[in-house]
Design a protein around this ligand. Structure first.
Ligand SMILES: [Zn+2]
Length: 244
């Protein structure tokens, strides 16, 4: 059983960001409800919400709900503001937890795939209360900018909100190896050692590994953002056949 807590950002007297006739608190609730409904198609998933209506909750209450439930994963859904465009996701800035990182990689990538032609602002880290105070892997997604006219046009479409939710759900399917009800698992559970999935250079890395030019670590990690030593560079040049 995978227990997931869905957190619709803001609510009640806290509207969150506002712009173009939209309120963040309404969009986050709509997206979270789509996510929950879509997760109903999967076996062995238990969905909980921090709120299912327009009410105010302190940030620490949201984390406390997930902690009390001993959830396996916490997803906080937000809409961005402040001048910009596109999608970004956050994990806690001090985390070294391999699952937290692996889940962000795969969920971020699936959301980007699901929402089409949208700027990828990247996988980020921040000291946000809900990420800091939750005792399980957690992610916070910032789904476009409410104060950007073109982003807001998308956010006004229920179909787009559904695509946003679908991206979250396919990401969860891959992260946790979820199985559709009455069906076979269509995807492999992501390995927490697979730190290449969702990386911006994933395709090139996989090619380099397949060709035996650059190998991964013995524990299965690749370490895509680790620097190359002079010795490793010499070996790479040799494997490329560039040396006499
Ligand atoms: Zn927010």
């Amino acid at each position: 059983m995978v227990r997931i807590v869905l957190d619709a950002g803001h609510g009640g007297q806290d509207s969150g960001a506002v712009g173009n006739g939209l309120k963040e608190k309404d969009l986050t609730l709509a997206i979270v409800k789509h996510i929950g409904r879509l997760l109903g198609d999967y076996e062995s998933v238990e969905v909980h919400y921090t709120r299912t209506d327009d009410r105010f909750l302190e940030l620490s209450e949201r984390a406390a709900i997930a902690n009390k439930l001993k959830a396996d994963y916490f997803i906080s859904v937000h809409i961005n503001a402040g001048g910009g465009t596109g999608f970004e996701s956050y994990i806690f800035n001090n985390t070294k937890d391999a699952k937290t990182i692996a889940y962000q990689n795969v969920i971020h990538a699936e959301i980007m795939k699901a929402i089409g032609n949208v700027t990828d602002r990247g996988k980020k880290r921040a000291n946000y209360a809900v990420l800091r105070e939750t005792h399980m892997p957690a992610i916070l997604t910032e789904n476009l900018f409410i104060d950007n006219a073109s982003d807001a046009t998308k956010l006004k479409s229920e179909q787009f909100l559904l695509q946003v939710a679908y991206g979250h759900v396919v990401g969860l399917e891959k992260a946790f190896g979820l199985k559709k009800k009455g069906g076979k698992a269509t995807v492999q559970k992501v390995s927490v050692k697979d730190d290449v999935a969702g990386h911006w250079a994933e395709q090139s890395i996989r090619k380099a590994m397949k060709a035996g030019i650059i190998k991964g670590h013995s524990d299965g990690r690749f370490g895509p953002d680790e620097p190359v030593t002079r010795a490793q560079l010499a070996v790479i040049l040799d494997r490329l056949g560039l040396l006499k």
